[in-house]
Design a protein around this ligand. Structure first.
Ligand SMILES: Cc1cc2nc3c(=O)[nH]c(=O)nc-3n(C[C@H](O)[C@H](O)[C@H](O)COP(=O)(O)OP(=O)(O)OC[C@H]3O[C@@H](n4cnc5c(N)ncnc54)[C@H](O)[C@@H]3O)c2cc1C
Length: 393
């Protein structure tokens, strides 16, 4: 029996599983030969986690709410799950090896092992750093600050994640945002800068640019300009890279450690990659972002194509929807932008409304095979995200 194995239980892995199950369903519906091929295809997802973590919501004060049980998505669509970490991929023998020493053979593999924050290990006091990169990290931060209103927090990195963390932390304490760049939100470009600056002013978030943290101690942080500042928590947000498994597929990784794939998301003849692990072409000028707005359609296509390859079903090219961003800015609302120049479409309350819609939309359907497979079939969605007043009109 043919076997599609998917490594990873994040957005890309889950949607790869649904994509593969969809191709199997389509083959079965296509007629007798297809039905036989479909019945003959197993799909297995391997990941150490029992829950899909909705990472974009990890800035929230109750991060445990940002999870969905994997079995509620995988069981209804007939995808098996192995709870393990993959330690090696042997593309010659077509097996993956788990941390328990088990070998799992595949006919097609989807690498969806995502990304992780790589904080500076050599920073004095690095063990005191907090993050909101993982559920465990977000839990640790919220537990540390619970009941400590008026705290002093330092957030390192004024990019997407750092801005959201700083905005949330500003609700109950004083926040200093530091970044080595010349401006806040440097990775977002000049488009939304004025809106972000205005929101940070409103929230009272202090900024220190061309600066980083050089030491973390008990209740303080030392900055690269020599200042020692009060810090009950130092939250590190910069330096997100693809997980290590990509190295086992290619020596030719991009600057984020991602494996290059073609527009069918194939990395090697029998291996596809999706999500934060994959450097897929977005258009002639851009590669996809490490963002769930890309991880989701990448997963849908990679899983579909991995199964389609074995089932004789035509593959799907990856042709992404228009690029958008939506930044959560706490009590100051949010900023929603469109296009790679990130033109601001909504800010303040309107931006917050859009963020709320997106946070609902990224929650996959559960318990119902029909709904899950229909969502897998709808690869590209350009939802009409408007500010509240336009939505009501
Ligand atoms: C705080 C924060 C805010 C964000 N906000 C946004 C946002 O507003 N909009 C947006 O589009 N994106 C946002 N993102 C990015 C988005 O969350 C990621 O792009 C998305 O999670 C990537 O999905 P993924 O499945 O590729 O990887 P991941 O979410 O990293 O999942 C990887 C999965 O692989 C598993 N895994 C890893 N290694 C192995 C292994 N060796 N063996 C087996 N399994 C393995 C992991 O356990 C996990 O299940 C945010 C991220 C963070 C951290």
């Amino acid at each position: 029996m043919n076997h599609v194995v998917i490594i990873g239980g994040g957005f890309a892995g889950v949607w790869s599983a649904a994509g593969a199950a969809l191709a199997r369903r389509k083959a079965a519906e296509a007629g007798e030969a297809g039905a036989e091929a479909g019945a003959d295809l197993r799909v297995t997802l391997v990941a150490p986690n029992d829950e899909l973590v909705l990472r974009p919501r990890l800035y929230e004060p109750e991060p445990d709410r940002a999870t969905v049980a994997l079995d509620r998505i995988l069981d209804p669509i007939g995808v098996a799950r192995v709870r393990a970490t993959v330690t090696a991929v042997d593309t010659g023998r077509r097996v993956v090896v788990t941390d328990g020493g088990t070998e799992i053979a595949y006919d097609r593999l989807v690498l969806a092992s995502g990304s992780r924050l790589v904080p500076p290990a050599d920073l004095p006091g690095a063990e005191r750093l907090f993050d909101i990169d993982t559920l465990a990290g977000a839990r640790r931060l919220t537990a540390h600050l619970r009941g400590r209103d008026g705290y002093a927090a330092v957030v390192v990195g004024a990019g997407f994640v750092g801005l959201e963390a700083a905005s949330e932390l500003a609700a109950r304490g004083r926040v200093l945002l530091v970044d080595t760049a010349e401006t806040v939100g440097e990775p977002l470009g000049p488009g939304p800068r004025a809106a972000i600056e205005a929101a940070l002013d409103e929230l009272g978030v202090e900024r220190r640019l061309r600066t980083t943290v050089t030491e973390v101690g008990d209740g303080y942080a030392v900055l690269s300009d020599g200042d020692r500042v009060a810090a009950d928590a130092v939250v590190w947000s910069t330096g997100i890279r693809a997980g290590e498994l990509t190295r086992q597929l290619s020596d030719d990784l991009d600057h984020l450690g991602r494996v290059p794939v073609d527009r069918w998301l194939r990395a090697l003849p029998e291996v596809f990659a999706a999500g934060d692990a994959a450097a897929a072409p977005y258009d002639a000028e851009h590669t996809v972002m490490q963002a769930c707005q890309h991880a989701t359609p990448l997963g849908k296509v990679a899983g579909y194509n991995a199964a389609a390859d074995l089932l004789g079903v035509p593959p799907r090219p990856f042709t992404p929807a228009p690029y958008v961003t939506c930044l959560y800015l706490g009590a100051a609302g949010g900023v929603f932008t469109r296009g790679w120049d990130r033109k601001v479409m909504a800010s303040g309350e309107g931006g917050a409304y859009v963020k709320e819609q997106i946070n609902g939309y990224i929650h996959p359907p559960v318990d119902d095979a029909g709904e899950i497979l229909a969502a897998a079939d709808q690869v590209y969605i350009d939802l009409p995200f408007y500010p509240r007043e336009e939505a009501a009109a």
